[in-house]
Ligand binder design. Structure first.
Ligand code: F0G
Length: 333
């Protein structure tokens, strides 16, 4: 039975017998073989896998870090948690705080948070503050309010978030029997790429090259400078000033990987391909990983060994984006 990431990886996480475990049985998500995608990038069957992080309790990878961050907040006697979010961190913080009986205050950008994520935050009883401006503004406001309130920040500046999220690397390596050669993932605030790298380093042995993808209109790590007005269809990664910049660049350099960008058109093409060809509905930001893999193929970047694309969040988080497309009506054939 899956009892959550703290139970599964207790020995590798900063917890003790005194830590009250707040879990929704996150983690242990599927690693799905994606043979049609493998064929699309010219690789043989069994070489491309999708890590389905949308199968976590609140529908995104954030739950891995949140179980630890909220458990530790409770252990340390915190009265509440605070975060800024493009939506998924908010949904996850709200759910775990509800379970822990803690107050949860969330700062979200006024425009552009997918509706499913707002529904989750509201249902779990968090106190939602809409900030006029983008995620980066919400982050600034959130950090100063948390300090005033004396509440715990549960963004990925909280080291327990990274500790919890590194467990995804352990699972990938266990499921494949060894780490993959390449691991593709979307990059926003850059906590997740930092966490995967930490996880693979702690495992020892051969480590994958980490291939991180930002949206072209929100690509500060590719451009090497902050982006004042980030724009992309992938609202989860609409971030111009990533907090974990240093961790992401270290992961890129130490793994001989890269951080590149993909356009909104490439993200949407990958999003639709995954749904139609592999039967996997992820949210647009998640498809940036697969868009990155397809871009590597087009640009003739050598691809070999086993490849994992991380799909960070569930498609149902954002039920509105699919409504923009045309679909084929029923026809007798
Ligand atoms: N994919 C999804 C679905 C996300 O929600 C996020 C980040 C990322 C990828 C990028 O991960 O920030 O660790 O580089 N969402 C944050 C939030 C910012 O507030 O939910 P990252």
């Amino acid at each position: 039975m899956n009892k959550g990431v703290i139970a599964r990886y207790r020995g590798r996480l900063p917890v003790s017998d005194k830590t009250p475990v707040v879990t929704l049985c996150e983690g242990s998500t599927p690693l799905l073989r994606a043979d049609l995608l493998a064929a699309a990038v010219g690789l043989r069957e069994g070489s491309v896998y999708l890590k389905l992080e949308g199968m976590n309790p609140t529908g995104s990878f954030k739950d891995r870090g949140m179980t630890l961050a909220v458990s530790k907040a409770l252990e340390e006697g915190s009265q509440g948690v605070v975060c800024a979010s493009t939506g998924n961190t908010a949904a996850s913080a709200a759910a775990y705080a509800a379970r822990a009986g803690l107050r949860c205050i969330i700062f979200i950008p006024k425009a552009g948070v997918a509706v499913g994520k707002i529904a989750q935050a509201l249902m779990h009883g968090s106190e939602l503050v809409e900030v006029r401006g983008n995620f980066d503004k919400a982050m600034t406001v959130s950090l100063s309010r948390a300090a005033e309130l004396g509440f715990t920040v549960v963004n990925s500046v909280n080291p327990y978030r990274i500790e919890g999220q590194k467990t995804a690397a352990f699972e990938v390596a266990e499921d494949l029997g060894a780490p993959p050669e390449l691991l593709f993932l979307p990059v926003g605030n850059a906590g997740n790429i930092t966490a995967y790298w930490k996880g693979f380093c702690e495992l020892g042995g051969r480590r994958p090259r980490l291939m991180g993808y930002q949206a072209a209109g929100a690509a500060p790590l590719v451009l090497g400078r902050d982006v004042e007005d980030p724009k992309t269809v992938a609202s989860a990664i609409r971030i111009g000033k990533p907090l974990s910049r240093a961790g992401a660049l270290a992961a890129r350099d130490q793994s001989a990987g890269l951080i590149d960008s993909v356009t909104d058109a490439e993200i949407i093409a990958a999003y639709r391909l995954l749904a139609k060809a592999e039967g996997v509905f992820c949210e647009p930001a998640s498809a940036a990983s697969v868009a990155g893999l397809l871009k590597c193929r087009r640009e003739k970047v050598p691809l070999s060994g086993r490849i994992v694309c991380v799909l960070t969040g569930h498609g149902l988080k954002d039920p509105q984006t699919p409504m923009r497309f045309k679909y084929r009506p029923f026809k007798e054939r």
